[in-house]
Design a protein around this ligand. Structure first.
Ligand code: BG6
Length: 492
């Protein structure tokens, strides 16, 4: 960390009583305090239009934090310490004079190290940053955290980033992709760069193809209007899936430091092969869930959800991405994500190549299959490598082989480890000004550039979503997508 960098002494949460703050940010701050990771003297200000006075808000917060599944009960002493840090500030986020009041109320000074967390609509990012600057509240040690979505296209993301850049230097902007806060995502870096075993194989010579699946059982969870402007491609692929792809595909950074890591990710994003209208027909699938059942319970279709209507928005997308560089030329990266899938999980599969020549005369029912590595991010965190084994025993028909898993379960290896909220890591890093797990402007824009090409291809090809029943693995075209290239979706 740069010597000039100061640890934040205040966190201001704009949208402090909103859904994200109550469900994720405050529980994360509480857990950080419980683990003694918040700096002494750090204060937390919840700012929003209709926010109650501090006392009443603390009551509300205590209930919200206590109800969070990741919080194993509220400890009285920790709560006292935590509540003493809190204050609220009712304000209109678009009214410049309210920022002067915020500054006075909190006794802010020009060289304070304040972390502003913008848990509000991205439409407000520009005006909040402008107002902070005009009120003299954006000193050299301040940082601004932004949530997704940063725009809905390259052009709109440039508008959002441009408006922020008028008031805040890029180095002080922390763009969150909450997948980067997940423990196993960071473990991916350890797996790749703390083991010498994999690197010689981690390229087109050793790997046949890669699959990344983020399957969700939930539907649009009461945010139909927001989701309908976005769809699975923008909501999940542009950010979370491409970040995972980057971590799998990037070259080893020279050091685990923010610019080094982000430079390598950017090279991957810039190497993604664009798809034209003819290619999107071959290499992409859009789906939208119809009524069906999840865990035996009936659920409505997308257009029948609360606030819904007939729409051409995709709730499922499958893609065959290609990376045009020396390491990955010819290795497809299949990406698949959808709502209302039968199971919730996030998995990365690395399918290695077949052995070049089999020496075994295999009896019927025995196969020699290529090794595969599965990195499961959620709900459990585990890494499994399938290796070929001889089935024990005698046979007159040759050697019987079977693939068996070598399993590294994080729960078994670290039984006392508490699975945290991804935001804990991210908030802590922002407080300490560690940018590695935050997304730089050029990354966001490179990702949008590739996504825009797919959207344009869909429009030119008239590709509308195909229906799939809630509780299924998406439209049948998704299976055809991999089969067309001689592959099948792998499922642990
Ligand atoms: C969000 C998307 O970014 O990620 C949601 O907007 C999605 O639609 C969510 O449900 C998934 O996150 P997680 O951590 O539950 O996999």
């Amino acid at each position: 960390m740069d010597e000039q960098v100061r640890v934040s002494s205040r966190v201001v949460l704009f949208g402090g009583n909103g859904d994200l703050s109550l469900r994720m940010l405050f529980p994360s701050l509480y857990l950080l305090d419980r683990d003694r990771l918040l700096p002494d003297g750090l204060t937390i200000v919840a700012a929003a239009r209709a926010i109650p006075e501090t006392g009443a808000f603390c009551e509300e917060l205590r209930r919200a934090i206590g109800a969070n599944a990741s919080v194993p009960g509220i400890d009285g002493d920790v709560w006292q310490r935590f509540a003493a840090r809190l204050a609220t500030c009712p304000m209109e986020l678009e009214r410049p004079e309210d920022y002067t009041r915020l500054g006075q109320r909190c006794g802010m000074k020009a060289d304070d190290a304040t972390l502003y967390y913008l848990a509000v609509s991205p439409k407000l990012y520009g005006s909040i940053c402008r107002n902070l600057k005009a009120a003299g509240l954006l000193g050299p040690h301040c940082r601004v955290v932004l949530e997704k979505p940063i725009g809905f296209s390259l052009q709109t993301s440039r508008q959002v980033n441009g408006a922020v850049a008028e008031a805040v230097d890029e180095d002080a902007v922390f763009r969150v992709d909450h997948y980067l806060g997940k423990e196993t995502v960071q473990n991916l870096l350890a797996l790749r760069f703390a083991n010498s075993l994999l690197e010689p194989l981690w390229n087109r010579n050793g790997i046949d193809h890669v699959q990344i699946t983020i399957a969700e059982t939930v539907g649009v969870e009461g945010r139909w209007s927001y989701y309908d402007e976005s769809g699975a491609l923008r909501d999940m692929v542009q950010n979370h899936m491409l970040q995972l792809l980057c971590l799998v595909a990037m070259e080893p950074p020279v050091v685990l430091e923010s610019h080094a890591v982000r430079d390598e990710k950017l090279k991957i994003l810039r190497s993604l092969r664009p798809m034209n209208a003819a290619e999107v027909r071959q290499k992409s699938v859009r789906g939208q869930y119809a009524a069906g059942a999840i865990n035996g319970k009936p659920v409505p279709g997308y257009s029948e959800e609360e606030g819904g209507r007939a729409s051409n928005c995709e709730t499922f997308v499958a893609l065959r991405a290609e990376i045009d560089n020396w390491r990955w030329r010819g290795v497809p990266f299949y990406l698949r994500t959808g709502k209302r899938m039968p199971k919730r999980y996030t998995e990365i599969f690395i399918q290695f190549r077949d052995v070049p020549h089999s020496i075994f005369a295999l009896p019927p029912g025995s196969n020699l299959t290529a090794n595969k590595l599965m990195i499961r991010l959620q709900p459990e965190e585990e890494i499994t490598l399938w290796m070929m084994n001889k089935v024990p025993g005698l046979t007159s028909e040759g050697t019987r082989l079977q693939a068996l898993p070598l399993n590294l379960s994080r729960t078994n290896a670290f039984p006392n480890y508490r699975r945290g909220i991804a935001y804990e890591r991210l908030i802590l890093d922002a407080i300490h000004c560690n940018r590695t797990l935050f997304v730089r402007r050029d990354e966001v824009e490179a990702a949008w550039g590739w996504i825009d090409g797919i959207v344009a291809g869909w429009q030119a090809a008239g590709l509308t979503p195909q229906s799939y029943s809630a509780g299924s693995w998406g439209p049948s075209a998704s299976f055809a997508l991999t089969e067309r290239f001689g592959h099948t979706w792998l499922d642990s």
